[in-house]
Design a protein around this ligand. Structure first.
Ligand code: DUC
Ligand code: ZN
Ligand code: ZN
Length: 471
């Protein structure tokens, strides 16, 4: 029999509820919720007075040990999932990349084999599909029906590397949507961006600021609109990853008003920072080279509005870490790859450990998000859209005992050297945030206790996922 824990007198917050009660974790699940629950002497009792009791975070957009172009992200499944746990996330959905050599099913098996001995929290993968034919579509059907992989990512950017053409995206939308799954789309007009990059380089513009200047928001908007029309024709639901701009949002809002099942995420960095960080020619700016790039303060206002009114449903990290310093932990040629050519800087930034606290700080304490909405955006809705609910994403009798004790009054000053990622920087360096993860349980096992790590590599499990639960 598994360990039994009673969390006494915490303020339990789900997407819909907010009340003080006791929570009994037993055999990996929430066994009971009640007032003054009686337990025997063998049960560990934790006093949670004054603390929030949240469902474990669900981060449906992370890149651990992923090849992004020629560079592998610097977090392993081990380091990345440990960092996630310290940040209050107990489930991640990573990526399996279909390559020229292997099939969709091969890619999923390969990602699982890599993850399985290392993961500290529960996980799944979206499969990235770059090429579509009848065999691929058959594999996709098999993955959805028999492997518990029900979401697939496609790119409208990166021609010659990851980009899929419109017909391929349409075929996937028809196949995946028809079976109740989700196509997640990276929406940027890849071929026009490629032209702008080549023109910038030919003009001698090599510094990181040109990453942003060659990926204008209008090209995110155009691709988003195109993706929506393809989904409408395919009669499929669609999910846009890393929405950064009003140009993209306005199409999402209109489509939702039209009744098209369009869903979308944004990421903490688009809310925390704006494009003024690119106003220089320093290579340090490579820290902010992520795709899409940071946008204008006016875009941030639109993102907040969309988060409040449910035009954006998810906040995921797009944790895609690359080191700035050459040789850090042995990693070579990460961000430095693009020191003399911005187009060679690997695109991505870290954030897996700071998602909940940074959003609590700028969202909840600043009155932009209610506590319920905070939980909905970071745990419940991602679990629903990607077929993990109600096992994940809420606190309810029978749900997995993935629980976070969160101290709303504690503060912490963020430094990369205190975080658990392999990345040598954080975009939040030196920033003091209100709110702190205090304890984390994964299926009833205490894995984080303050600064102490109690988890074990390999204790995380692959979670077979169901279809989209959006309606
Ligand atoms: N898109 C992502 O979602 N992650 C990393 C790079 C990219 O372009
Ligand atoms: Zn992307
Ligand atoms: Zn990503």
């Amino acid at each position: 029999m598994g360990k039994t824990t009673l969390i006494r007198h915490g303020r339990i917050i789900t997407a819909t509820d907010d009340y003080v009660a006791d929570l009994l974790l037993q055999d990996g699940v929430v066994r009971a919720i009640g007032l003054q629950l009686e337990v025997g002497p063998d049960v560990t009792v934790v006093d949670a007075s004054g603390l929030y009791v949240l469902p474990g975070g669900v981060d449906t957009h992370v890149h651990l040990e992923n090849m992004i172009g020629p560079t592998v992200t610097c977090d392993t499944f081990a380091s990345g999932t440990k960092a996630a746990a310290f940040g209050g996330t107990t489930t991640v959905v990573d990526f399996a990349l279909q390559t020229a050599e292997d099939s969709v099913l091969g890619a999923i098996a390969r990602a699982q084999a890599l993850a399985e001995p290392q993961v500290n929290i529960d996980y799944s993968v979206h499969c990235i599909v770059t090429r579509v034919d009848t065999q691929v579509l058959a594999d996709v059907r098999h993955a959805m029906r028999h492997e518990g992989v029900t979401s697939f990512k496609m790119f409208m950017a990166y021609p010659g590397v990851m980009m899929a053409d419109d017909a391929a995206i349409f075929r996937m939308l028809r196949q995946v949507g028809g079976e109740g799954g989700m196509v997640a789309l990276h929406a940027e007009n890849g071929t026009v961006i490629e032209l702008l990059i080549q023109e910038a380089l030919a003009a001698g513009h090599a510094s990181p600021r040109y990453h942003a200047l060659t990926r204008p928001a209008i090209l995110e908007g155009e691709a988003t609109h195109r993706g929506i029309r393809l989904a409408e024709l395919a009669e499929a639901q669609i999910y846009f990853v890393h929405v950064s701009s009003h140009q993209a949002l306005k199409h999402i809002v209109t489509a939702r008003d039209e009744g098209i099942p369009v869903f979308a995420e944004t990421c903490p960095h688009y809310l925390l920072f704006d494009d003024s960080v690119y106003d220089n020619d320093d290579f340090e700016t490579a820290k902010y080279v992520m795709t899409p790039p940071l946008r204008k303060p006016a875009d941030q206002e639109h993102l907040w509005r969309a988060l409040r009114y449910d035009d954006l449903q998810v906040i995921a990290t797009d944790h895609c870490p690359f080191c700035m310093k050459e040789g850090h932990l042995g990693y070579r040629l990460q961000k430095q790859r693009g020191r003399h050519d911005f187009s060679l800087i690997p695109n991505g930034a870290p954030g897996i450990e700071t998602r909940l606290t940074s959003l609590y700080d700028i969202g909840v304490t600043q009155g932009r998000l209610s506590l319920n909405r905070f939980v909905q955006l970071t745990s419940t809705t991602p679990a629903k859209l990607f077929g993990l609910f109600p096992k994940k994403g809420t606190i309810a009798v029978g749900s997995d005992a993935d629980v976070v004790l969160f101290d709303p009054d504690a503060t912490q000053t963020i430094h990369a050297h205190d975080l658990h990622s392999h990345c040598d920087y954080t975009l939040l360096e030196g920033r003091t945030l209100r709110g702190r993860v205090n304890k984390v349980w994964l299926r009833g096992e205490l894995i984080v206790d303050g600064e102490q790590w109690l988890g074990r590599e390999g204790m995380g499990r692959f979670v077979p996922r169901g279809t989209v639960q959006a309606f």
